[in-house]
Ligand binder design. Structure first.
Ligand SMILES: Nc1ncnc2c1ncn2[C@@H]1O[C@H](COP(=O)(O)OP(=O)(O)O)[C@@H](O)[C@H]1O
Ligand SMILES: [Mg+2]
Length: 142
């Protein structure tokens, strides 16, 4: 099963809409609570990064029998130093964004912690693609 969402730029009234919908969908499909929570937290952070830093973009969710894949893609300014961006507390968020309670610099570290694997593909001027994989617990053989 595949679903996708458009994430608008800097629309704080829509903040977290896509991740909330994915959380509901996974819950309805019977995914375990802990897994749903990890996916929702990581996707929320990625969604907010697209809205705040990426100029808007798309989220693609793919449900496979043994994993969930989430791809977050934008055509924004890109990230010059990915290692630095992954540092806890590092943020380029504006004062305006910080005054709304965002920009603590914990989003990417949190995404990495919650996902089983995460890849960032980004270059200045070439946008940003983040791919996260969440493995499903293996089913005992019948
Ligand atoms: N999609 C993106 N496009 C451009 N820059 C990004 C993107 N996502 C993250 N970044 C950069 O990485 C930094 C760290 O991101 P993050 O850990 O989520 O912290 P925060 O969003 O609170 O600044 C951001 O401040 C920004 O400079
Ligand atoms: Mg962030």
């Amino acid at each position: 099963m595949k679903v996708s969402y458009s994430i608008p730029s800097l629309d704080f009234s829509a903040a977290g809409k896509a991740s909330t919908e994915v959380k509901r969908l996974l819950g309805r499909l019977g995914y375990g609570q802990g897994l749903v929570k990890r996916i929702a937290v990581a996707m929320y952070e990625g969604e907010m990064n697209i809205a705040i830093h990426g100029g808007g973009g798309k989220a693609y969710i793919e449900l496979e029998p043994d994993y969930v894949e989430i791809r977050l893609e934008d055509e924004g300014p890109g990230i010059a130093d990915i290692g630095l961006a992954l540092t806890e507390g590092w943020s380029t968020a504006s004062e305006e964004v910080r005054s709304r309670g965002f920009g603590a610099g914990m989003g990417l570290p949190n995404m990495k912690r919650n996902a089983d694997s995460m890849e960032i593909d980004s270059k200045p001027g070439a946008g940003t693609k983040v791919k996260m994989i969440f493995r499903l617990p293996s089913q005992p053989a019948a």
